[in-house]
Write a protein that binds this ligand. Structure first.
Ligand code: SAM
Length: 183
């Protein structure tokens, strides 16, 4: 099973990710390719992060918005995603609207390195290992005391996890590892 996880990790880590984007988005560094977290794992991430009703959560690089949507829908949190990819941004906003979640969920179309996370109670992250190292100084500066971070598959090398959770099978034969950090 661990072997299957390694294949998935390699697929994410070696997916061609241009270090800088062209044109309109040229100032934005691509910190990971799009590779969605399975829904069963999304639920485990939010459980591990102890997300409570009314809390503010952010997903850094929100893809199709699945973490933000589950946070707002199931956990009744105030959920924000940040996504630079225009088509993923539009797709996730459309789904949020169709589900009637617009009051408690939204996606910021922009660079996750340029946002304000000072109000966050929980942050979720599924980015590459070197990207986590780029994000950690920003979060250290901005996050309030008691806030939590849950990282999927790739840890923050500068931080000591409060808890590590292994998921042996996500229902599709893949294993995952989650890291919980507390400020
Ligand atoms: C591995 S995917 C994770 C998607 C989602 N969080 C999930 O777990 O299902 C990483 C996402 O980060 C986005 N991304 C990468 N660099 C970014 C940046 N600098 N600003 C905003 N989004 C970014 C990618 O477009 C992609 O959708």
């Amino acid at each position: 099973m661990r072997y299957v996880r390694l294949i998935a990790l390699a697929a994410l880590a070696f997916c061609p990710a241009a270090p800088r984007l062209q044109g309109q988005d040229k100032q934005i560094e691509k910190l990971a390719p799009y590779y969605p977290t399975p829904e069963t794992v999304v639920d485990k991430m939010l459980q591990l992060g102890g997300l409570k009703q009314g809390e503010k959560m952010f997903d850094l690089g929100s893809g199709d918005g699945r973490i933000v949507i589950m946070a707002a829908r199931k956990y009744k949190a105030d959920a924000t995603g940040v996504e630079f990819d225009e088509s993923l941004y539009k797709q996730s906003m459309e789904r949020i609207k169709n589900l009637g979640l617009a009051a408690t969920a939204r996606i910021i179309h922009g660079d996750l390195m340029k946002q304000d996370y000072s109000s966050a109670d929980l942050i979720t992250v599924y980015l590459l290992p070197l990207s986590n190292d780029k994000v950690s100084p920003l979060l250290e500066k901005q996050m309030k005391k008691g806030a939590r971070v849950v990282a999927h598959d790739f840890e923050f090398s500068a931080w000591k996890p409060a808890k590590i959770e292994d998921i042996d099978d996500d229902g599709e034969g893949r294993s995952h590892r989650l890291y919980l950090y507390r400020r």
